[in-house]
Design a protein around this ligand. Structure first.
Ligand code: HH2
Length: 300
């Protein structure tokens, strides 16, 4: 078990980057995922009810074909989920989550070499997925849903994405409340990162995510995106998931998920400008172009 020692504060009392002096990268079993440029993470949901790709990737061979296509279009990582977290979603039993996930994961693992993350809040599902070749755990509860999640990831040596969410998917959009959304999300994620490190997860294996759409109003989502610098300043790579989300539909006069590509593109360009190093999206080819042009303009 590796516990990184606490680091002294950086210049002007700001927290020093946990990866100061090292090229930004995520160490995964599939190899080093360089983060000097933003990585496009393709979404593959093995679910019947996800809000935008539900029912499309439940079949393992279709999922594998979609994975190959996403990688060819520029995805540097793929995120596989088997339980919808859309607002109002009811959790599925663990056995059902595994029944949906594992055949798709096996087929995708056999088809592509890029790192695969598994979108789950259950340590047992994460462990089963890691045994079948998943490289990263994406936990939208930031380790709060299952007390064994951090120790499981630490033991397996896999990176973890820690996401902010107010409430649970079933209740989160009821009445999201914050005094200071940027400060509260940043301080929550800083504390979860400390808890993950205390449980033995290396600082280099932690990614933070503001959880766009998870217990936030349209204005709160926009504020978080516009002030991503506050989260980036914690020194961990930041992942942002805006793809086709309902706040974009609301901003665009009630547009449905299929009509949110340009809104997604705008939000991704601004997220990259704000320092996001991973962008989780459904439309990989289009958003890959957005990322390439954004990075070129930023000169990174
Ligand atoms: N968003 C969704 C699911 N998982 N994980 C992270 N880290 N960040 C996100 O923003 C995020 C996430 C929701 O999108 P999707 O998977 O397309 O829908 P559903 O939850 O309905 O399957």
């Amino acid at each position: 078990m590796v516990v990184s020692p606490p680091r002294p504060p950086g210049p002007e009392g700001r927290p020093r980057s946990p990866r100061a002096g090292r090229p930004p990268a995520l160490h995964t079993r599939a190899g080093l995922l360089a983060l000097d440029r933003a990585v496009v993470v393709g979404v593959l949901n093995a679910t019947p009810d996800s809000f935008s790709d539900g029912g499309v990737h439940e079949d393992p061979s279709r999922a594998a074909a979609a994975a190959v296509e996403m990688v060819a279009a520029g995805a540097g990582m793929l995120d596989l989920g088997a339980e919808s977290t859309r607002p109002g979603a009811i959790p599925v039993p663990r056995e059902e989550e595994l029944r949906r996930l594992l055949p798709v994961l096996r087929a995708v693992r056999a088809a592509v070499r890029v790192p695969l993350s598994v979108d789950t809040t259950r340590a047992a599902v994460a462990a089963a997925a890691i045994a079948e070749g998943a490289d990263v755990v994406n936990d939208i509860s930031a380790g709060r849903a299952d007390a064994a999640m951090f120790s499981s990831c630490a033991a397996a040596g896999v990176p973890i994405v820690l996401m902010h969410m107010q409430g649970t998917p079933a209740t989160m959009q009821a009445e999201p409340r914050y005094e200071d959304v940027v400060g509260e999300v940043t301080s929550f994620l800083s504390q979860r990162a400390e808890a993950a490190r205390a449980a033995g997860i290396a600082a280099e294996a932690i990614v933070l995510d503001p959880g766009i759409g998870f217990g936030k109003t349209v204005a709160q989502n926009c504020r978080l995106l516009g002030r991503l610098d506050a989260l980036v300043a914690l020194g961990y790579p930041v992942l942002v998931g805006v793809s086709r989300k309902s706040f974009l539909g609301r901003l665009l006069g009630g547009r449905d998920a299929g009509g949110r590509l340009f809104g997604t593109a705008a939000a991704v360009a601004l997220a990259v400008a704000g320092g996001a190093k991973l962008v989780r999206v459904h439309d990989v080819a289009a958003i890959h172009d957005v990322v390439v042009v954004s990075e070129a303009v930023l000169g990174t």
